[in-house]
Design a protein around this ligand. Structure first.
Ligand SMILES: Cc1cc2nc3c(=O)[nH]c(=O)nc-3n(C[C@H](O)[C@H](O)[C@H](O)COP(=O)(O)OP(=O)(O)OC[C@H]3O[C@@H](n4cnc5c(N)ncnc54)[C@H](O)[C@@H]3O)c2cc1C
Length: 429
């Protein structure tokens, strides 16, 4: 299958990173995508910039240079938090496409109407073109059709407002509201952005025609909006409504298909981590696909690797979001807050250390371009297992300790301090 043709649907960060990774492995890739039709500003962390660089997306990286200090008004506190980088999503997505073209990836502009990935392996576009391939990557973000067995958080909607003001210093801020929260940003060229996130079931939203007035009235209620945008705070805005419910797709991979990015796990925008998550799932995808195509004997292992990684990542981020919502005590009783402080469950983000529960198991890992099963150390907090600690394989160390050997017999002098620290964190006396 070295000459397998791979079809990717969706040219957002996930589809783009997957395409470039597959190209590096020598695959012929065709990417088909519609272009984003609405304007949006998003904030990303340094980790995303590192991910873009690592993924070969230099043009997109160059779009994320506007650094802004984030002001946070939450639970009655006012904090100036970490720096975030502001991106204009339409320009960012254009830069992704330029990166793909530069890498020699075939890019087709078109809207997918129907996917028949049975024996036919066909994708039909709105203009009746039909595309075929050997492997399908579903990267159409939140617009990807959902599969069975999915997990959904409380239904959530975000209203995106964009308007023009005079140029100024870039800034961003987030504030809690009685029935949701708002994120706002000002770009250096004076574009102003305000995005309010509400409970889709309980918010009493007007029809489309009156949405802009509704948003303008809500902006008037906020002293933070007035402080950030000054006289321009209430200028008429272009408004767009989007679903922002957290969703984990059911089955994430098959023998000849894989889901990546928001199509496999869409996180709550409160985390500000959507693009990071998309890149994370897409950076592992090429190796999973390579295994599915070239080592069909390991197909089940490769699918398990992708599925368990995605599920674990999603739940960890959902619990981080839950705890952040729970920090908001002033608003705790409202419907929006009550639902989100209890979802997805009551389990802690990190399981407490317990040396007695530490075991050595066989689990899938990535090695030399393939998914492979090796011995790893499974702990209560790392159910998928830890293989290496800075290059030191941990399974032989844990086996040796459990058989009564001393650490000095198992690990060389200079590495002992690091391994001892890790063991202590796992509850080893
Ligand atoms: C309200 C809101 C605010 C957010 N704010 C942030 C933030 O501040 N920071 C952050 O990191 N993340 C944020 N996110 C999340 C971020 O937008 C996504 O996680 C990220 O864009 C997902 O990347 P992706 O490649 O999986 O999908 P997308 O970026 O959605 O890309 C999917 C691509 O598929 C195309 N497509 C869709 N349907 C079809 C079709 N039928 N045919 C052909 N093409 C199609 C689309 O046009 C698009 O180009 C936010 C999300 C929401 C909802």
């Amino acid at each position: 299958m070295a000459d397998a043709r791979i079809l990717i649907l969706g040219a957002g960060p996930a589809g783009a990173a997957t395409a470039l990774g597959l190209r590096r492995l020598g695959y012929a890739v065709t990417l088909v995508s519609d272009w984003r039709r609405f304007a949006a500003v998003e904030g990303v962390s340094q980790r995303v910039l590192d991910g873009l660089r690592h993924g070969g997306l230099g043009g997109a990286l160059a779009q994320a240079t506007t650094a802004a200090m984030r002001e946070v008004h939450w639970n009655g506190d006012r904090l100036r938090l970490n720096e975030e980088f502001l991106i204009d999503r339409q320009r960012f997505d254009q830069a992704l496409r330029d990166d793909l073209r530069r890498a020699g990836i075939e890019l087709i502009e078109g809207r997918v109407r129907e996917v028949r990935w049975d024996a036919a392996r066909q994708v039909q576009l709105d203009d009746d073109r039909v595309l075929t391939g050997d492997f399908l990557v579903e990267a159409r973000g939140r617009q990807a059709p959902l599969s069975e067995g999915r997990l959904r958080g409380p239904e959530t909607v975000s209203l995106l407002n964009l308007w023009q003001g005079p140029p100024g210093t870039p800034a961003s801020a987030v504030e809690s509201l009685a029935d949701g929260w708002a994120w706002m940003a000002r770009l250096a060229d004076g574009r102003c952005y305000w995005q309010v996130t509400l409970d889709a079931a309980s918010a009493e939203l007007p029809g489309k025609a009156r949405l802009a007035d509704y948003c303008a009235a809500r902006r008037r209620d906020s002293s933070l909006v007035a402080a950030m945008f000054g006289e321009q705070a209430f200028a008429p805005a272009q408004v767009y409504a989007r679903s922002s419910t957290a969703i984990l797709a059911g089955v994430c991979a098959g023998q000849d298909w894989l889901r990546v990015g928001d199509a496999v796990m869409a996180v709550d925008p409160l985390s500000g981590n959507g693009i990071f998550q998309s890149l994370s799932s897409a950076l592992q995808a090429p190796v999973v696909i390579n295994t599915l195509l070239r080592r069909p004997d390991r197909a089940a292992l490769a699918q398990r690797f992708h599925q368990t990684r995605i599920e674990q990542l999603f739940l960890r981020f959902a619990r981080i979001g839950r705890d952040f919502y729970a920090q908001e005590q002033v608003r705790a009783t409202g419907t929006f807050w009550a639902a989100r402080r209890a979802w997805p469950d009551a389990l802690p983000i990190h399981a407490p250390a317990d040396w007695q529960a530490v075991t050595v198991e066989r689990r899938p890992v990535l090695r030399d371009g393939f998914v492979e099963e090796v011995e790893v150390v499974v702990t209560p907090d790392q159910p998928l297992g830890v293989w290496h600690l800075q290059g030191i394989e941990l399974a032989p160390v844990v086996r040796g300790l459990q058989a009564g050997q001393a650490l000095e017999q198992l690990v060389g002098g200079e590495d002992q301090v690091m391994v001892r620290r890790w063991l202590r964190e796992q509850g080893h006396a």
